[in-house]
Design a protein around this ligand. Structure first.
Ligand code: ACO
Length: 403
């Protein structure tokens, strides 16, 4: 097919993961550390969940956006793509920086991804697979060529550290992938998305939204923390992980025997083992790293992907299933054929060049903030000739001038 400007555009487009990255806060909290603050034991947490430790953002300057930005930078580095070429940034998160602006927009600014649209996606722990599915549709329909899909969390900020039912489960971190258009068959082949809102109250942060706005009372009664009916979520998760994986494989015209690697949401080892038993999948085909990070919600699957690649568990042409579940209730599974070489050698000079562009992005962002302030104060004096000339210049430079 030939486009308007004579350039060749393939009839069939595929979306491939060509870059990946993860970011974790430095501070590690072990089960033994937790046993100092709530009535629990290392043995209980290990045997009921498989978790041994988690990373926690104790530095107030470390946020969902800063973790997401670091993971996204790594993904761009692996793909060797400048941020200026990114078309869209989707940030799946359950612990966003604010209600608005979106965490994705903050990441877009810090990367200097000047041509990218950006938005947050809320589907709890299923969010990353929801994001991949959406990005795939944007790419195969020709809307976009390069999309960053990020899962980023600082769940520690919405965790009640005196509630042993929840605080032992969660961790902070971020993972990101770059999805790129290609004419090479493979990449994302099929996805399944699901939701059952009747189970919304099983896993929720009750206050802080429009239903229960923040008041002194909501804060005092801990309504801004995660509340969970663990047993009910457990039952839902063990059922839905196997079902969603089967459905996605059927859509991709594949059988369970065609699967090389499953990357499940890393919430609980027993949930994963039970789901894989239902699928009759050998344990060596399932990638598990939750012992190191706990449940990092939207970040768990992309972090696991990065670790699986580091450990050379993924090879070219592997069929991979990613499957998650979470609050909502939601679930999602995607099947993809891995095509990118698992390791890229990017020259060192290119890394320095890219880090310089991130410094420039910081300067650009500061300048834009400053120019907005100047513009604001000059608008008040719009009648005087010189201020009109200046505001016009600034607006034109920022691309916000109304003609
Ligand atoms: N240490 C010691 N005892 C504990 C702890 C703890 N940290 N937490 C709970 N217990 C106690 C309970 O109080 C209960 O005591 P009781 O019998 O006297 O009432 C006992 O242990 C057993 O509790 P159960 O809930 O039956 O324990 P279970 O084996 O189901 O494990 C768990 C609990 C780990 C929470 C499990 O139900 C689970 O993993 N559920 C799914 C949670 C999940 O994945 N949530 C995230 C979803 S993704 C997202 O969207 C964020």
């Amino acid at each position: 097919m030939t486009g308007d400007n004579g350039t060749y555009r393939p009839l069939q487009r595929y979306a491939h993961i060509t870059g990946w990255g993860k970011a974790l806060p430095e501070r590690v909290i072990t089960n033994k550390d937790l046993a100092q603050i709530v009535d629990t034991t290392d043995e209980w947490i290990r045997s009921r969940t498989g978790i041994e430790q988690r990373h926690v953002a104790v530095d107030p300057d470390e946020t969902t956006a800063t973790l997401g930005m670091k993971a996204a930078r790594d993904a761009l580095h692996v793909a060797d793509l400048p941020a200026s070429k990114v078309d869209l940034i989707i940030c799946a998160t359950s612990s966003p920086e604010h209600i608005f602006p979106s965490t994705a927009s903050i990441i877009q600014d810090s990367l200097g991804a000047v041509r990218a649209g950006a938005f947050d996606l809320s589907a709890a722990c299923s969010g990353f697979v929801y994001g991949l599915t959406l990005a795939n549709s944007m790419i195969v329909t020709g809307q976009s060529d390069n999309i960053l899909v990020i899962g980023a969390e600082t769940l520690s900020r919405i965790t009640d550290w005196s509630d042993r039912n929840t605080c032992v489960l969660f961790g902070d971190g971020a993972g990101a992938v770059l999805l790129q258009a290609s004419a090479i068959p493979g990449g994302i082949m099929a996805s399944v998305l699901g939701s059952d809102g009747s189970g919304g109250d099983l896993l929720t942060v009750p206050a802080g939204g429009s239903k229960q706005p923040t008041t002194l009372e909501t804060v005092a009664s801990g309504q801004h923390f995660i509340k969970m009916d663990g047993r009910a979520v457990f039952r839902f998760a063990t059922r839905v992980m196997a079902e969603a994986s089967r459905e996605a494989l059927a859509k991709a015209h594949l059988d369970i025997n065609d699967v090389d690697v499953v990357i499940p949401h890393q919430a609980n080892l027993r949930i994963i083992q039970s789901s894989m038993r239902q699928l009759k999948l050998p344990t060596d085909k399932v990638f598990i790293n939750l012992q190191n990070y706990g449940n990092t919600s939207t970040a768990s699957i992309p972090i696991a992907l990065c670790d699986a690649l580091d450990e050379e568990r993924i090879k070219v042409n592997d069929n991979i299933v990613m499957v998650g579940f979470g609050a909502g209730l939601t679930w999602a599974a995607t099947v993809l054929k891995w095509v990118a070489p698992p390791a890229h050698d990017v020259p060192r000079w290119r890394a320095s060049q890219r880090s310089a562009t991130y410094s420039l992005a910081r300067v650009r962002s500061r300048f834009l903030r400053f120019s907005r302030k100047v513009e604001g104060s000059l608008v008040a004096e719009q009648d005087s000739g010189w201020s009109k000339v200046l505001t016009d210049r600034i607006s034109r430079w920022r691309g916000t001038k109304e003609e």
